[in-house]
Design a protein around this ligand. Structure first.
Ligand code: HSE
Length: 437
């Protein structure tokens, strides 16, 4: 049978890995797919030819991505350029030309997925995006297919490798934030714009996709609460450890009676949980479903060949389903397009979590009593309290509190009152706490 021709857009970290994996494992992949798969055309503005194994097997390489998506011989387009434009125009053009698309572009899917899937459905082609979430972990397949019998209750994931690498190095080696970030960039983990990693935007893109396929609702990136790791200090990492917790940058989505929580923020999680021990660039996604209970998916969330692994698996999936009726393929967002629900995303003020609070208090009798009274009056129960030695010359001391669960709006009001107290200096540091159970 004639081999399937791929048009590859982008020969960067993931594009290079895709060429290597597809050529190195060509025979094994053909046995799985039922026919050979070859990259016939590729386009890239620039690339490092020496670092890509198998590049010589690509017949046509140019810098014109639009000519690749218009090429009649190309059956499947792999988009690995990233960003919104021209990736969106290229993907829509490929679909218009009747080509299936595989992409690792989470920003594109999170923001423009609806439009892209509608175009693909109208044309009877597939847009596959496994590599967009958690790199090499087949989490899209697990949620969309493996858990299809379940009502999913919540998903919590470490879904940004760069952020996890930074937090791990800060905790284990006391390293400086910027220094670790530079290393992650050099290793090809970080986004082109690394603020996407540290400010949580990259994780929010991925969580938006996970929330949609978990609960069968439209993609709503603009409603995803997003808080980065830039404000995490070494002392908070240490105090969390003393209390038996690790700080992880988590993406959490949970269905409640009145809506869906969808939030990315630093989170204290008990160190005895498996997911608290996911370190370095590794990702993990914990899914709580009603029938199977909790399932945990772990693996490399970024990097050349790990991400290529998900890209190539998508290509194999597309090839296997080429002769099937488009209406009977796995729906893009797991649920049939006409069965998506209009459940709303809850504002952060309505979300309920426990909290870690760190305040800098004047070391004077009655100050702690004032703080606990404010919390008590707000109906907030204290779980643990730590008072540390003075860390400045002004006779103030850090006080760390762990609270029980409370709605965010009540915690906001209590923090405002604590900060207004003349014996409390600086802003209160607040990190949400989840037990993951
Ligand atoms: N910048 C991303 C990360 C790459 O660090 O996880 C994978 O999406």
């Amino acid at each position: 049978m004639k081999p399937i021709n791929i048009g590859l857009l982008g020969l960067g970290t993931v594009g290079g890995g895709t060429v290597s994996v597809l050529t190195r494992n060509a025979e094994e992949i053909a046995r799985r797919a039922g026919r050979g798969i070859q990259i016939s055309h590729a386009a890239a503005k620039q690339y490092d030819a020496d670092s890509i194994q198998g590049l010589e097997q690509i017949q046509h390489i140019s810098d014109d991505a639009f000519s690749v998506v218009a090429e009649p011989d190309v059956d499947i387009v792999i988009e690995l350029i990233g960003g919104y434009s021209p990736a969106k125009e290229l993907v829509l053009k490929a679909i218009e030309n009747g080509k299936h698309v595989v992409t690792a572009n989470k920003a594109l899917i999170a923001l423009h997925g609806e439009e892209i899937f509608a175009a693909a459905q109208a044309k009877g082609v597939t847009v596959a995006f496994e590599a967009a979430v958690a790199g090499g972990i087949p989490i899209i397949k697990a949620v969309r297919e493996g858990l299809a019998a379940n009502r999913i209750e919540w998903i919590a994931g470490i879904i940004n490798g760069t952020g996890n690498y930074i937090l791990t190095e800060m905790r284990d080696k006391g390293r400086d934030f910027d220094d670790v970030l530079k290393e992650a960039q050099a290793l090809g983990y970080a986004e082109a714009d690394p603020t996407f990693d540290v400010e949580g935007i990259d994780a929010a893109h991925k969580l938006t996709i996970l929330g949609s396929i978990a609960f069968g609702m439209p993609l709503q990136f603009d409603k995803t609460y997003t808080e980065g790791i830039g404000a995490i200090e070494q002392q908070d990492v240490l105090y969390a450890g003393e209390l038996g917790y690790r700080i992880k940058h988590m993406g959490i989505t949970r269905i409640k009676e009145n809506g869906v929580e969808q939030r990315v923020h630093p989170t204290l999680i008990p160190e005895r949980r498996l997911i608290a021990n996911v370190d370095g660039v590794m990702n993990a996604v914990l899914v709580k479903s009603d029938a199977v209970g909790p399932t945990l998916y772990y693996g490399a969330g970024a990097g050349s060949e790990p991400t290529a692994s998900a890209v190539v698996a998508d290509v194999v999936d597309v090839v296997r389903a080429l002769t099937t009726d488009p209406e009977n393929r796995v729906p893009h967002l797991a649920f049939q397009p006409d069965a998506l629900s209009d459940i709303s995303i809850l504002p952060m003020e309505e979300v309920e979590t426990a909290y870690y609070l760190r305040l800098q208090a004047v070391d004077r009798p009655g100050v702690l009593a004032d703080v606990t009274r404010i919390l008590g009056d707000a109906g907030i129960s204290i779980e643990a309290i730590l008072q540390k030695e003075s860390n400045d010359n002004n006779a103030t001391v850090p006080v760390i509190l762990l609270t029980q669960r409370v709605q965010e709006k009540f915690m906001n009001q209590a923090i405002e009152k604590i900060e207004a107290n003349e014996n409390i200096q600086d802003s209160v540091v607040r990190i949400r706490v989840e037990t993951m159970s």
